[in-house]
Design a protein around this ligand. Sequence first.
Ligand code: ATP
Length: 455
Amino acid sequence: MSKADDKMQKLVSLCKRRGFIYPACEIYGGFANAWSFAPYGVELRNNVKRLWWKKFVQEREDIVGIDGPILLHSKLWEASGHTSGFNDSMVDCKKCKHRFRADHVVEDATGKDLEGQNEEMTKVLREEKIPCPNCGECDWTEARSFNMMFKTEMNGIEGPVYLRPETAGAIFVDFKNVVDSMRVKVPFGIAQIGKAFRNEIVAGNFIFRIREFEQMEIEYFIHPKTKWEPLFEEWLDKQEEYALALGADKKNLRRYEHAKEKLSHYSQKTIDIEYKFSFGFKELFGLAHRGDFDLTQHAKASGQKLEYFDTVKNERYVPHVLEPTFGVDRSLLVALDAAYTEEKVNDGVRIVMKFPVSIAPIKIAFFPLLKNKPELVARAKELYQKFNSQYNCEFDDNGNIGKRYRRQDEIGTPFCATVDFESLENQDVTVRDRDTMKQERIAIKDLDDYLAKKL
Ligand code: ATP
């Protein structure tokens, strides 16, 4: 097993053992590389989303949020080009019947990026005798396109209805309503967090590539004549700042600019922010300049004017748009990957999840030193109840204190407060710091201030 697989397996196993993420439908043998978010995973996920909303919506005067539906009018996906063009290329090994993303097999074997060029990929696979990554044989079907949108049906609607493959569409169709109902002035953004669905040919790498995932997206509308390059840079910086706030190390982030000739005709520039996962540098977030493509397309298809009227300059125009896009699940994977730490301690190896305090699922755990001493239990419970309304706290009296610390280390709880006999006499607790493992006695009357400062 490579070191990378090793780290990933350790993460997957910790996530299950400690209640972050479970394999979906495990009692039925699992299902389609899907995952279920467990109690601590949900807390972490909510914190990751809250951090984003705070940074990009709440703290900004120029961005408003919406929450659109997952099932949207099929005309939207025709106008955006998804019905005809939201395809990946697949290829099958005729020997072992495994299915792959054709562009991934070609790129991994040759370094060539032939995405979207089915004939060319088929030729390379066969002529360069690229072996099947599963069985090692070289007997490929032709590479062919596969539309990744999930189809369903809806009562009262003729024809197929799609589960949205990205959240952005719901933003564009609400552009006019937002302009009419809110006091937004260009430049302004509309943000959204929500589920998206893609029938990925191959899912995998834990929660990196899944078929039901969540996105956090912003459409940032600007005047067509705005000098957009500095704004574009600013957005990249903001996206990186957010990755750092998840705990990412700066050296594990890099920017990848899409080649001009590979960009869609309407896009002036697209840059991915990549993170060095244990399986290599991969896309974490993206930023694209999409011009006026979306608003123009939806205006044409709907027959509605999707414009902005500047009352001061008496000018009417279709804004251009910058689109910063973020994946919730990939953000979570970064938070988990960056937090995972193994440390040598006296009695072996300590595993500790060093989450930034702001996203840690539990902020403080309260313990009585001993389970069978009612006065210790009562005081620890009392403190737990007092602080739990303010921070997400936990009470634990199971097993010995060392084991309880280890459990909280793996959950990533920044502080543990223990009530012992001395505490009852002195009206204090011992607070242990997750990262330094140092303990200090804090008077109960000062605990409020102490935690407010630390958390
Ligand atoms: P990739 O090249 O990895 O397939 P993409 O370029 O298709 O990604 P976008 O269409 O730019 O991705 O989607 C925006 C964001 O949504 C991505 O940066 C990523 O964080 C997230 N995302 C996309 N597809 C998935 C998926 N299958 N599982 C989890 N997150 C995803």
